[in-house]
Design a protein around this ligand. Structure first.
Ligand code: NAD
Length: 491
């Protein structure tokens, strides 16, 4: 059966891509073909930018209080259609239905925060900087914004940026991951009900060619990116060289430190959820557990047992807690990293490589896998696996753990489990990472906080979400006004 070729959404219309190549979109749970997506075309980006540019001239004049009326409806549409969107998201990305629903909640939270834009756009005012002269700042939109999203959150990530960009008076282009393009396509179909003015919100499909065209286009001044560190660095360097404002969130290797006094049952449960939720394909997933001192004796077996209890399968089946990884190549890469870890001397405490899911033999499944005795020199210690693999590292002290964490090239998040306020406080103060969790497994900031990230987990200055997104998608204008008494006295 011929599968549906996905179209771009430009200027309020579904428009066929000019791309001559199309890529297969495959369900990672069973290997079936879901759709075909354009590989990318600079012409598509040029058309979207032209229409978004035209729409910007009038959208920027719409008062913020009116712009947010569309966002209220956007929230309602996502909520009303959450089940349908989640099913598509699960089929494309492999995550469980519950995980898909959870990311819609996160998307909605960002829309809600962006609905506060009339307040968030308020600025400073100084009366009488000298007699009769006032000075103030106004925030104006920057033009066209674009976001380039990764595969692992087909819904949420565009909403870290787009609602703020649009609410601030910019027009916008969303570029979903070519691995999971159907979810955002369906969302855009549903958003037609918004009746946004044509050209305000556009979607262009594709991979590198589309991204490069966005990076080069002179009319797109602000680009938000989320993906691997290699590409994030490229986006940042190329975008900045082209004079653009860039925020680029990259990869991670997130450590979780367990102190001997941590509560065993909750800690183990939270670590298992953190490491194996979304099959380890989350930028905040725990991937290194550092057991401090006697915690090695208390926690190792419990962590293995907690992981072994997770049920792996098709995310649409009831009771499944962990789905497949995104592609066959990803599965092979992860299995290769596990093998390399074992070759380098790690102990195999739990092996998920040969897992079979009856009825879904063509799926890309890997069960929860745990390696013990992992050392900082090992490849598996340093490389982002982005799969359901947890490494256990034994350290003597909290200081040793912090020293190791601070040497990492990544700084997306770091978590500690302890009952000691002093240990927690030291950890949050000394650790070089952008999101810190204290007795939390996934340190994901709520929408009213910026989503931080340090070192090679982030390139740029202003992060996604909240007031950072507002600053990113606006430029400040300073006005100095003189009203002489002599001129105004006459009324
Ligand atoms: P990816 O870097 O392969 O792709 C991300 C986006 O970049 C996609 O839209 C893709 O089309 C585009 N792209 C890919 N290669 C490109 C190239 N050579 N030139 C230009 N554009 C290119 O990432 P992914 O595999 O889709 O996502 C997983 C990665 O994203 C992981 O490293 C994960 O840690 C990271 N991530 C980070 C965060 C965060 O908040 N820091 C959040 C989610 C995911």
């Amino acid at each position: 059966m011929m599968k549906q070729k996905l179209s771009n959404y430009i200027n309020g219309e579904w428009i066929e891509s000019k791309s001559i190549t199309f890529l297969d979109v495959v369900n990672p749970a069973d290997g079936t073909l879901l759709a075909r997506v354009p590989a990318g075309s600079g012409d598509d980006v040029a058309l979207a930018a032209e229409k978004a540019s035209r729409a910007y001239q009038s959208w920027r004049e719409v008062p913020a209080t009116e712009r947010i009326q569309y966002l209220f409806k956007m929230k309602q549409i996502l909520e009303k259609n959450a089940d349908e969107i989640s099913e598509i998201c699960t089929k494309e990305s492999g995550k469980t239905f519950a995980e898909s629903k959870a990311e819609i909640v996160r998307a909605v939270e960002n829309i809600e925060v962006a609905c506060g834009i009339p307040k968030l756009l308020q600025s400073e005012f100084s009366e009488d900087i000298t007699k009769g002269i006032d000075e103030f700042v106004i925030r104006q939109p920057i033009g066209i914004g674009a976001c380039i999203a990764p595969f692992n959150f087909p819904v949420m990530i565009a909403f870290w940026f787009m609602p703020y960009g649009v609410a601030c008076g910019n027009t916008y282009i969303v570029k979903p991951s070519e691995k999971v393009p159907g979810t955002m396509t369906r969302i855009f179909e549903l958003f037609e009900e918004l009746k946004l003015p044509q050209g305000v919100l556009n979607m262009v499909h594709g991979g590198k060619e589309t991204v490069d065209a966005i990076l080069k286009h002179p009319d797109i001044p602000a680009i938000s990116f989320v993906g691997s560190t290699r590409v994030a660095k490229y986006i940042y360097q190329t975008g900045v060289a082209n004079g653009k404002r860039i925020q680029a969130q990259g990869g991670a290797k997130n450590p979780v430190v367990v102190m001997p006094d941590a509560d065993p049952d909750t800690t183990v449960k939270i670590i298992a959820d953190s490491a194996f939720g979304c099959a380890g394909q989350r930028c905040l997933a725990a991937s290194l557990v550092m057991l401090v001192g006697s915690a090695a004796g208390t926690f190792t077996e419990k962590i293995v047992a907690g992981a072994a209890a997770k049920k792996t399968g098709n995310g649409l089946e009831p009771g499944v807690e962990m789905g497949p990884v995104i592609t066959r190549e990803s599965k092979d890469r992860i299995n290769g990293l596990i093998k390399k870890g074992l070759d380098e001397g790690a102990n195999l405490l739990l092996d998920g490589r040969d897992i079979k899911v009856p009825g879904f033999e063509k799926g890309n499944y890997i069960g929860p896998t745990i390696l013990g005795n992992v050392n900082p020199g090992n490849d598996i210690y340093n490389t982002e696996v982005f799969g359901p693999v947890l490494c256990i590292v034994n350290v003597k002290t909290l200081d040793e753990a912090i020293t190791l964490i601070n040497k990492s090239r990544y700084g997306n998040s770091a978590c500690i489990f302890t009952r000691s306020g002093a240990a927690a406080r030291k950890f949050r103060h000394d650790t070089l990472a952008g999101n810190i969790g204290i007795n939390i497994g996934i340190a994901a900031p709520m929408a009213f906080f910026p989503f931080s990230g340090w070192k090679e987990s982030f390139f740029g200055d202003l992060h996604g979400q909240s007031n950072h997104a507002v600053e990113f998608y606006t430029q400040t204008k300073v006005v100095i006004e003189r009203w002489h008494d002599e001129w105004t006295r006459k009324f």
